[in-house]
Design a protein around this ligand. Structure first.
Ligand code: ACO
Length: 271
């Protein structure tokens, strides 16, 4: 509901903000929204506040936005969850895993669902999300990159799903896209060894769409945005809906879905 209301506000929604607590800033420039993880001195480590703010940005995304870029300031895209959350003291104002696990009210599973909301909206059919990834993308950082439709990476990128090494599972929506991108065997290998995937392998196994020199990352993202914006907005959304649904449908069902979407397109264009 909040999502629908915010989207109805369309272009009148906010066009940018920065939040110290969340470590995020974001700007909207016409059809392009840019979300920047902006705590480089802590390698863009993420907290509950980061995920709440991500969800809030998604809820308030202006309707005109077609491309969302997620990037990190400094040498690392994101070193994952803020390790202070594992300490008894936690993150000031946000508590720790220990305090949340013991707290009454919202269950821990509900807190995880709230955190996941910050990642899930990046798959909406109406937008294409691009992660621009340099340096470390560890744990929650890897999962944030996986939450995006496309990953354009610098040649110094290192992806690592560190959660199992810490006694945890990846729970920020990353397991499904990882399996879909690289296959089950490779996903098991990457997660259960918590090993690092560097740029050449990321490109080879389909984790990255493009690898460029670090200094060329921003331009590569701009070039991709220009290509994406050159297509028809409604056709792009309908096509993304079709592609997203393809794996869950039979060929016959998918063919029917193509016909339904195309009939709507033809009606919109010529009706
Ligand atoms: N949480 C909190 N602070 C962090 C984190 C983090 N995840 N990662 C880095 N920092 C801080 C460091 O403590 C350091 O702070 P300080 O300057 O106050 O001492 C600062 O960021 C810079 O870190 P360095 O380690 O000095 O940077 P370097 O470039 O040498 O190494 C690296 C970067 C490899 C990312 C390293 O910091 C690291 O291993 N971080 C922890 C990664 C991790 O285990 N994340 C959890 C994954 S599991 C999950 O996300 C659910």
């Amino acid at each position: 509901m909040a999502d629908a209301q915010a989207r109805q506000r369309g272009g009148k929604a906010e066009n940018g903000s920065a939040s110290t607590e969340s470590g995020l800033r974001h700007e909207v420039d016409g059809e392009i929204a840019t979300i920047t993880l902006d705590r480089p001195e802590k390698r863009n480590a993420q907290t509950f506040a980061t995920w709440s703010e991500l969800a809030r940005i998604g809820e308030n995304l202006p309707e005109q936005v077609r491309v969302v870029v997620v990037k990190g300031e400094g040498p690392s895209f994101s070193a994952g969850i803020d390790l202070r959350m594992f300490t008894p003291e936690g993150v000031p104002g946000q508590g720790s895993f220990g305090s949340v696990a013991k707290s009454e009210g919202a269950t821990f599973e509900q807190r995880i669902r709230q955190a996941q909301a910050g990642f899930l909206w990046l798959r909406r059919p109406e937008i294409v999300s691009i992660a621009a990834v340099q340096g470390h993308a560890i744990g929650a950082g890897f999962q944030l990159a996986l939450a995006c439709d496309l990953r354009i990476v610098a040649d110094d990128v290192s992806f690592c799903m560190k959660e199992p090494a810490l006694g945890l599972v990846p729970d920020l929506t990353g397991t499904k896209p990882l399996v879909e991108l690289v296959g089950l065997a490779k996903a098991i290998d990457i997660c259960l060894t918590a090993r690092t995937v560097h740029a050449d392998e990321a490109m080879r196994i389909g984790l990255a769409e493009k690898v460029v020199a670090g200094g060329d990352l921003e331009q590569a993202v701009q070039d991709k945005i220009a290509e994406l914006l050159a297509t028809n907005r409604d056709a792009a959304a309908a096509t993304k809906r079709l592609l997203q649904g393809a794996q869950g449908r039979s060929l016959e069902e998918q063919s029917v879905a193509e016909g339904v979407e195309q009939a709507a397109r033809i009606k919109a264009l010529f009706g």
